[in-house]
Design a protein around this ligand. Structure first.
Ligand code: ATP
Length: 312
């Protein structure tokens, strides 16, 4: 449904996108994750047909975003970061206005349908200025949906919402994603984990990781971090010395609740570690991989990216 190939975008001398490529299939919810300034909005604007790329290609439902931007806009519902709502219009009046602009057939019934879909039908006669930020966001999503596009692109749809509104919007994205391809950006990593089938992590204009949230975690956890608890008579120094001496161990951190041992690369050090503990005459009470959150993964990936750049 979305095919992006070696996409570049420059703003004057500044390279905002440095050759990104990815795909989103029909019926997939794709999370687009990255820190501020990573290039999320730039990518989404290009995919919605609102801005041309500098080079590379992007297609939505088979249409080229640059050559066939009219068709692309028919296929895409785009919710920008700041939704341009008119405060003096009613919710329904605004959706009707968008429907007319888009030339939606049977606009009256379609407007009611999308108002139901986003849970705003009861508030349809309220002035936009009087509704909450969460309701405004849902009204914006209704506007993006009114022409019934197969692809929805939502730029940080939960930003600035309170926890309840955030949950409501996430739930709505999941529902909408059952029948559509949804791409949504966020910098809240746990949000992507809860909502998305697949996640793309972008940093400074480049894709640094891609996969199902669980697969991403597994990929980085191969070597990983282990939590160890031991019993017996020991001092922090003897523990550190013994465990640091195990082949493949890159660091040992001793805390009151237990010891965190980091492995080098993708080595499985569990057998050697348990042998070293037992060999030192201690009891091995616990040895388990430490689960990494997407936050940890994100920090790890972006830190890896930084290293080579610093050398240049
Ligand atoms: P945020 O989460 O802050 O919205 P983002 O990932 O959406 O960040 P973009 O808005 O795509 O990032 O911006 C990518 C980079 O391009 C940033 O460094 C930004 O300052 C720069 N940029 C964006 N728009 C322009 C513009 N019109 N002119 C010059 N630079 C721009």
């Amino acid at each position: 449904m979305i095919e992006v190939d070696n996409l570049h975008k420059r703003y004057g001398p500044f390279s905002a996108l440095k050759g990104i490529s990815f795909r989103a299939e029909k019926g997939e919810i794709l999370g687009f994750l990255g820190p501020n300034g990573a290039g999320k909005t730039t990518t989404m604007r290009i995919l919605s047909g609102y801005m041309p790329p500098t080079s590379g290609s992007a297609k939505v439902a088979g249409f080229d975003v640059f050559e066939e931007s009219f068709e692309v806009r028919q296929q895409v519902g785009y919710l920008p970061e700041t939704v341009p709502l008119y405060p003096d219009m009613t919710v329904k009046g605004y959706i009707r206005y968008i429907a007319d602009l888009r030339g939606v057939a049977q606009a009256g019934s379609r407007v009611d349908e999308v108002l139901h879909l986003v849970g705003m039908y009861e508030r349809r006669e309220s002035l936009i200025r009087s509704i909450s930020k969460g309701m405004r966001q849902r009204t914006g999503i209704a506007g993006a949906l009114v022409h019934d596009p197969p692809v929805l692109i939502l730029d940080e749809p939960t930003i600035g919402l309170d926890p309840r509104q955030t949950l409501e919007v996430r739930e709505m994205v999941r529902t909408l994603g059952k029948e559509r391809t949804v791409m949504f950006s966020t910098h809240i990593l746990s949000e992507a984990e809860q909502v998305c089938d697949r996640v793309i992590i972008i940093d400074r204009g480049q894709i640094v990781a891609e996969g199902a949230p669980q697969a991403l975690r597994d990929q980085l956890q191969k070597g990983g971090r282990l939590f160890v608890r031991i019993g017996g008579s020991f001092t922090p120094e003897t523990v550190r010395k013994t465990l640091s001496g195990v082949g493949g161990v890159s660091s040992v951190t001793i805390q009151p609740e237990g010891i965190t041992v980091e492995a080098r690369g993708s080595q499985d050090i569990r057998a050697r570690l348990s042998a070293a503990v037992v060999g030192a005459g201690w009891e091995l009470l616990e040895l388990r991989p430490l689960a990494m959150s997407l936050e940890d993964i994100f920090m790890e990936i972006t830190a890896q990216q930084e290293k080579p750049e610093r050398k240049n």
